[in-house]
Design a protein around this ligand. Structure first.
Ligand code: MG
Ligand code: MG
Length: 632
């Protein structure tokens, strides 16, 4: 299968775009005319650059407002087309993409449009070119692929074919079945774009919110299945207009594009294959995550002592020390936290650039080696560092902000990592292990630049069997925070991704304090949050004070008895419920303004307390301004 990407997807000038596209491993490129107009060089130079990079121009686009004109305007439109053909000759590109006329002055009529395309096709044939017709979802007369195909069918010219663009087709929920009856050799170009379902003007939606397959909600797999039935074996080209992509790094976005296609094609093979997947190999299956084996913090000596003290207060016991390194293991219930105070190696480098922070997360999977293999084939970046004597090489890839994602399984030696690499401290009684009643990790919340959110969504969802929730906007005193969760169906792994466009939100302040994206908070489960809170406060853990008004409002809602509200008020506990059950949550104050911990009691509830997030964010903002306010 030939994969391609339109230059319009990426930021930068044409030279940067072409380099990023080639570096990500694409062989084909759609040249967006505007990128040529702003390029400081000739078309011949662009052609040479593409050749040097091993790229083939698969289409030149767009040619707008062509069909349905009166005779005088048709003559002018054909003259305009000849100038595009001149540019294509210079570029070495043989396909012109024509999109349907949006002018209110154009006339309709399939037969008339077919005549126009027969004329254009003949001009193209004389110069050795082809033209492909795309129905824009907002075209004046032609806005449905079934009509653009009918125009192409009636034009009946070998140099005229149809374009299928998954956005224009799926966004209008057009029946996909008719795709199956288009002969594959009459389809000259397939453009792939996904998008989140948004209730908005379709043109604005298309121009700002398209995304790579796997990042949105459109039925791309159904589209691909229908396409598979046509026998089409031409290029699949990503055509994405997205503000986040335009603000992102062209190299990173190009890699995301390739990753999305590799992931999509693999799913298609799984669904039964077709001409499109010829020559493509299956990836190892998406990995099922069984939970979080550990979370590792990079610290210096001073922060290490303070963090250890905080862990103790939260009921964790120091159960192990590393056989050869300044690394300790802290345990409670099913939770393992690791404090890494080494003076060299990855964690140290991470600590230098980010300060005290989560530098790695270990995920429990069924097959760690296969997970790494899949990750590498999806162009994720593997991580290796020299291992000391007696240490295990734990498979890992780079995750958010350059942190590590380790893979641990029970079927290899990795399952015994604690026994192999750590000496028990011996000081820990069974009672101490029960600690403050924390049983497991409920979720790990990651903050990032808004522009990065789609990248990490794709990173997690292409590698692991996870579902994504709808995007939510959460009000922070400093602006809106966009939030989307990736999680396994059983909740073994839950990762809320938070991105902020305003520099004044808590999420953004975290990014600037922390020098980049990373883990902002970790939530632990408790079966009895009130008892846990009492234990934590007795141990000297400072909790986030929740304002009185919140509890007045809770009273007004009338869901809870006054006794329960008093209990929650006394323990700074926030409350929510959904159709599945109740949710109690409380927050620690932050560790050196860097990250914080959340404690939750999940009684069947499926969400993350989004209604309470503004209360929490405001309380944190207040505390940051007045740190002397005592904790209740
Ligand atoms: Mg298109
Ligand atoms: Mg949370």
């Amino acid at each position: 299968m030939q994969t391609a990407i339109a230059t319009v997807c990426l930021s930068g000038d044409l030279a940067e775009k072409l380099e990023a596209i080639a570096a990500a491993g694409f062989k084909g490129v759609e040249i967006f005319e505007n990128d040529l107009l702003t390029f400081n060089g000739t078309n011949h130079e662009v052609r040479q650059r593409m050749a040097d990079l091993g790229l083939t121009p698969i289409a030149f686009q767009p040619f707008r407002d062509y069909e349905g004109w009166d005779e005088a305007r048709r003559t002018r439109a054909l003259a305009r087309a000849e100038r595009k053909f001149d540019a294509m000759a210079e570029l070495g590109c043989d396909l012109l993409m024509v999109c349907s006329n949006v002018s209110p002055e154009a006339s309709g009529g399939v037969e008339r449009a077919a005549d126009d395309f027969r004329a254009l096709g003949e001009r193209a044939r004389q110069r050795g070119f082809r033209v492909a017709f795309e129905a824009l979802a907002w075209g004046r007369h032609i806005n449905d692929y079934r009509d653009s195909w009918e125009v192409v069918r009636r034009a009946d010219h070998p140099n005229v074919g149809v374009v299928l663009d998954s956005f224009h087709i799926c966004a209008k929920r057009t029946d996909l079945r008719a795709i199956r009856s288009i002969p594959g050799d009459r389809i000259f170009l397939v453009q792939i774009a996904d998008a989140p379902w948004l209730d908005m003007d379709i043109m604005q939606w298309s121009r700002h919110f398209r995304c790579f397959p796997g990042q949105g909600d459109l039925p791309i797999e159904d589209f691909m299945s229908a396409l598979g039935a046509t026998g089409y074996d031409g290029p699949l080209s990503l055509e994405i207009f997205n503000d986040q992509f335009r603000a992102g790094s062209s190299r990173g976005i190009a890699v995301d594009g390739r990753r999305s296609l590799i992931y999509m094609v693999d799913k298609m093979i799984e669904r039964g294959g077709s001409a499109l997947q010829r020559g493509s190999e299956r990836l190892p299956p998406q990995s099922t995550c069984r939970g979080v084996e550990f979370v590792e913090f990079a610290v210096d000596e001073k922060a290490g002592a303070a963090l250890g003290k905080m862990f103790s207060g939260m009921g964790f016991a120091k159960t192990g020390t590393h056989v050869s390194k300044d690394v300790s293991r802290w345990t409670q219930g099913g939770i393992n936290l690791v404090i890494n105070a080494e003076k060299d190696g990855f964690a140290h480098a991470y600590q230098i650039s980010h300060g005290t922070s989560v530098c790695a997360i270990g995920l429990k999977v069924d097959n760690a080696a296969a997970t790494l293999d899949r990750a590498e084939r999806l162009l994720d970046k593997p991580f290796r560092q020299p291992v000391g004597p007696g240490e295990l090489e734990i498979p890992a890839v780079r995750g958010l902000g350059g942190s590590l994602l380790y893979f641990i399984d029970q079927s290899s030696e990795l399952g015994r990592v604690w026994d192999i690499e750590f000496k028990p401290t011996g000081e820990v009684s069974a009672a101490a292990l029960a600690g403050a009643g924390l049983t497991g990790i409920d979720h790990i919340s990651q903050s990032m630049q808004y522009e990065e959110m789609l990248s990490w969504l794709l990173f997690y969802s292409s590698l692991l069997v996870v579902e994504k929730t709808r995007e939510l906007d959460i009000a922070d005193p400093g602006g809106l925070v966009r939030s989307q969760v990736i999680q396994t169906a059983d909740g073994a792994l839950r990762i809320p991704l938070n991105g902020s466009q305003s520099a004044r939100t808590q999420s953004s302040r975290f990014l600037s304090e922390f020098f980049g994206s990373g883990v902002q908070h970790i939530a632990f489960n408790s079966d009895d949050l009130v008892a846990t809170m009492q234990r934590l406060v007795a141990n000297g853990i400072k909790m986030l004070p929740i304002p009185e008004n919140y509890y007045d409002d809770l009273e007004a809602r009338g869901d809870l008895t006054p006794e329960r509200i008093d209990l929650y008020r006394a323990n700074n506990i926030l409350y929510d419920r959904d159709e599945h059950g109740e949710y109690l949550q409380a927050y620690s104050q932050s560790f050196e303004e860097l990250f914080f911990f959340e404690f939750v009691e999940r009684r069947g509830y499926k969400g993350f307390g989004a209604v309470n997030a503004p209360i929490r964010l405001a309380a944190q903002a207040r505390l940051a301004r007045h740190p002397a306010v005592p904790s209740r």
